[in-house]
Design a protein around this ligand. Structure first.
Ligand SMILES: [Zn+2]
Ligand SMILES: [Zn+2]
Length: 146
């Protein structure tokens, strides 16, 4: 247990995995219920309409969406996939990237310490070297002066 300042009201509290103090957690829960009720009555509402009608801050709604507690079916999805940047209605990854990630995990690739960013350039460089060697190299071999 450690003492932290609430991300919302700034008061110190005993941190237990949630960055908000108990009071703000109650408030959070209240806002969440309000949003849920509103979306129940207006399932096609866009984010702008929800902010206008409920008075709940845009950031708060987006946080609920990102946590996967809420899903918007109407309007532009306000979130973006953390992997490919596609617009998504809820959570952190789009359906395609979630499936991809799950497949990688089931294959055991996720446990291997190989980053996808480091792997791609190496393989493309190898491919280029192969084509240079197999084909005629106009600049490298044709030396002027003989
Ligand atoms: Zn607080
Ligand atoms: Zn994606």
């Amino acid at each position: 247990m450690e003492l932290r300042n609430c991300r919302r009201c700034g008061r110190p509290f005993l941190y237990a995995g949630i960055p908000f103090c108990p009071d703000c957690q109650d408030e959070d829960e209240r806002l969440f219920q309000t949003l849920k009720d509103y979306l129940y009555d207006h399932p096609q509402a866009s984010l702008g309409e929800i902010v206008r009608e409920t008075g709940i801050a845009y950031e708060t709604i987006v946080r609920f969406l990102r946590e996967g507690r809420l899903e918007l079916t109407g309007g532009e999805p306000p979130l973006h996939c953390e992997r490919c940047g596609a617009a998504i209605p809820t959570g952190r990854l789009c359906g395609g990237c979630t499936a991809l990630l799950e497949r990688e995990i089931s294959r055991g690739l996720a446990s291997a310490p190989r980053s996808p960013a480091g792997g791609a350039p190496v393989s493309s460089r190898e491919g280029r070297m192969y084509t240079y060697r197999s084909g005629p190299a106009p600049k490298g071999q044709a030396k002027p002066g003989r």
